[in-house]
Design a protein around this ligand. Structure first.
Ligand SMILES: NC(=O)c1ccc[n+]([C@@H]2O[C@H](COP(=O)([O-])OP(=O)(O)OC[C@H]3O[C@@H](n4cnc5c(N)ncnc54)[C@H](OP(=O)(O)O)[C@@H]3O)[C@@H](O)[C@H]2O)c1
Length: 312
């Protein structure tokens, strides 16, 4: 049987997805017919989906086997009541590599104090600060999933003392793993640099608030490529103003694009980036999609299924 696959991603990316998906289906040995117009919704088996798509009602897709998201975060549509079929989020090696590189760059900026020289080309010979070595610095990573674990491993391999926090208990060589509220407190208490890579769920909203920020070492730095609602903005701004938090690099916000009048844009201790920490890379994303269609057609469990109850 030929699997009917409907591409409901960004229209301008259709030509490249059309080509790369066809090649990826061939590589995994799946017979698939690919289209970017709904046509007869009742014969569609899989939807390759971006939440920005005009398709918001899944009820006409009566034979649907799964929705395969092009995005890693699924909070925009996990609550869609018309979506009753399995939902897989995007996990792909290109996005993981991109995130590892982005986080590593920003961690190294803080670790080495690069701003002092990059931003200080003013004739002052600032040779008075020798940074500690990576092995003398603790970096905390909240979230040890597809992205957080890869980030934590790379930071460990660079030499940092790395602690990671997740919902379920984990064991990972060279990474101290924490769970639960007490584990979070322990990890925050040591983290001079903190990376947020947990999803946005009811449990993680405002994870960083006045209370948790106060647990961190004075002057700690925060890097948030996770989601905006993980941080209570007013509490972070207050902590930056008192010096409790030394600086924050924020890639994600409650409202995106970040409104022009938002305090983050003008704050001297904030670097705001426009949700670019890592993107879905077409070639590697097509590998993930093709493998999931192959699995679906073979009656095997799909990869990266969203747990609707947990919300990620
Ligand atoms: N800025 C960007 O460009 C960009 C790009 C891609 C993704 N993202 C963001 O990155 C997030 C993480 O992606 P991912 O692929 O790594 O997700 P993932 O594989 O689902 O991993 C999520 C991690 O968070 C942990 N977690 C979830 N709820 C928790 C809780 N209540 N307490 C403690 N730990 C909790 C999970 O614990 P368990 O391991 O126990 O399940 C897991 O380790 C996405 O949700 C998205 O928001 C941002």
């Amino acid at each position: 049987m030929t699997a009917q696959v409907f591409y409901a991603g960004e229209p301008d990316e259709w030509p490249v997805y059309e080509e790369e998906l066809a090649a990826a289906f061939q590589r995994v040995g799946v017979e698939a017919a690919l289209r970017n117009a709904v046509g007869d919704a009742a014969d569609i088996d899989y939807i390759v989906y971006a939440p920005s798509s005009p398709i918001q009602d899944f009820s006409p897709f009566t034979s649907l086997k799964a929705v395969l998201s092009l995005w890693a975060g699924v909070e925009a549509f996990r609550g869609n009541k018309s979506l009753t079929r399995p939902l897989a989020r995007m996990v792909e090696t290109g996005m993981i590599e991109g995130m590892v590189e982005w986080v590593l760059g920003h961690v190294m900026r803080y670790h080495l104090g690069l701003d002092a020289h990059i931003c200080g080309q003013d004739g002052v010979w600032r040779n008075d600060v020798t940074p500690p070595l990576a092995r003398q610095r603790v970096v905390g990573v909240l979230g040890l999933g597809a992205l957080g674990l890869a980030v934590a491993r790379r930071l460990r391999d660079v030499g940092f003392q790395v602690g990671g926090w997740s919902r379920s208990a984990k064991t990972e060589p060279g990474i101290e793993c924490f769970t639960g509220r007490n584990g979070l407190k322990d990890l925050l208490g040591q983290s001079e640099i903190l990376v947020l890579l947990v999803p946005n769920t009811a449990e993680t909203e405002n994870l960083l608030n006045a209370g948790t920020l106060a647990l961190m070492p004075k002057g700690a730095r925060i890097i948030n490529p996770g989601r905006g609602p993980l941080i209570e903005d007013a509490a972070l701004l207050a902590a930056l103003d008192t010096g409790q938090i030394g600086h924050a690099t924020l890639d994600v916000f409650r409202t995106e694009p970040l409104p022009l009048d938002h305090a983050y844009w003008a704050h001297p201790k904030v670097t705001a980036t426009p949700h670019i920490a890592s993107a879905t890379r077409v070639f590697t994303a097509c590998e993930t999609i093709a493998e999931n269609v192959r699995r679906g057609e073979a009656g095997e469990a799909l990869l990266h299924l969203v747990d609707r109850e947990q919300g990620y």
